[in-house]
Design a protein around this ligand. Structure first.
Ligand SMILES: [Zn+2]
Ligand SMILES: [Zn+2]
Length: 141
């Protein structure tokens, strides 16, 4: 982990008055900057290499703690919840075949929805599903 990430993590802990535990740090390291939208099991698999005694429950708890403070997004309604370190407005394309989730750019301006949405917007996610290019190519062979 580089210095900047370490700094970032310490700042987050100060902000929310959290202890900088090795467990939180390990989950942070695994998730932040991770563009693969990992689920709890793949985060658990990664952190266990460093912290073999860490339970799935504590990984789950920390992920949801991060998501509860808008540090990451929790994407529900896919086969299992996935976590996203990119919290800027963007779209998701979810492959119905392999489950891969990829990001695509959206116009950054969500303000134009404000008048028509009956509440205060905190997150915007646009989701398309279909068959990804990899699966299309595999089917053609
Ligand atoms: Zn696919
Ligand atoms: Zn995303």
């Amino acid at each position: 982990m580089d210095h900047c990430q370490q700094e970032n993590f310490s700042r987050i802990c100060r902000n929310f008055k959290w202890k900088c535990t090795p467990q939180r740090l390990a989950v942070y390291e695994c998730v932040f900057g991770n563009r693969h939208h990992p689920d709890v099991d793949s985060v658990w698999e990664t952190v266990r290499k460093k912290l073999p005694t860490m339970t799935r429950e504590s990984v789950y708890r920390i992920l949801n703690e991060f998501a509860g403070h808008d540090l990451i997004w929790r994407l529900d309604h896919v086969s299992s919840a996935r976590y996203d370190s990119n919290t800027h407005p963007h779209g998701h394309f979810i492959c119905e075949n392999c489950g891969n989730i990829s990001d695509f750019a959206l116009e950054n301006d969500v303000s134009r929805f404000a008048g028509s949405v009956p509440g205060e917007i905190r997150h915007m996610e646009i989701r398309f599903t279909g068959v990804c290019e990899d699966c299309q190519n595999a089917a053609r062979q």
